[in-house]
Write a protein that binds this ligand. Sequence first.
Ligand SMILES: Cc1cc2nc3c(=O)[nH]c(=O)nc-3n(C[C@H](O)[C@H](O)[C@H](O)COP(=O)(O)O)c2cc1C
Length: 190
Amino acid sequence: MSKRAVTEFPINETLATRWSPRAFDPSVILTPADLSSAFEAARWAPSANNLQPWQFIVGFRGDDVFTAIANDLSGFNQSWAPDAGALVVAITNTVTASGRANAYARYDLGQAVAHFTIQATSDGLMTHQMGGFDIDALTLALEVHEPWEIVSLIAVGSLGDPHRLPEDRQASETGPRERKPFNEVVVRGL
Ligand SMILES: Cc1cc2nc3c(=O)[nH]c(=O)nc-3n(C[C@H](O)[C@H](O)[C@H](O)COP(=O)(O)O)c2cc1C
């Protein structure tokens, strides 16, 4: 099964091989040490004014945080994401030190998560980001308080058997990945 990006120009190998599986191997146990480098990569992401408006909450399969996150996943995500070894909550600080709204808070968190996913891929882990969850319930369950806000989740683990997924989801799990053509992305100048 090749999920490697079919690129119009050469790119870094780790970027090309990262993809988002839904079939995770439920027998794989992750420990904090397995994720240290990925979080370290996130820590070194750039941010506006170097405010670093991100934090992460991690649950490992079987612990209370993992269970709380898994319970608040939306319908389809609930069917596959709990097989991951860890579920990560990505949260952002929406205000600057002077109390003004930080217009770049989500942008910067996204960069930190991108760093996380690339380092994790390089370390042999699979990641799958999610926006499908009950944000109000999870905010309450994890006691996330203003000015911090939950933005997204990341399932982290090892690749599992695609046959674990419902039949109608197996084709997209094993099929090629798609992107808009290059000339629809860089629209002027090249
Ligand atoms: C912010 C964000 C939210 C996402 N939410 C979900 C989700 O709730 N459920 C899901 O199955 N995939 C989700 N995805 C995964 C995307 O569908 C996936 O990254 C995209 O189809 C590209 O596939 P690739 O990562 O394999 O290249 C999300 C991705 C991002 C970045």
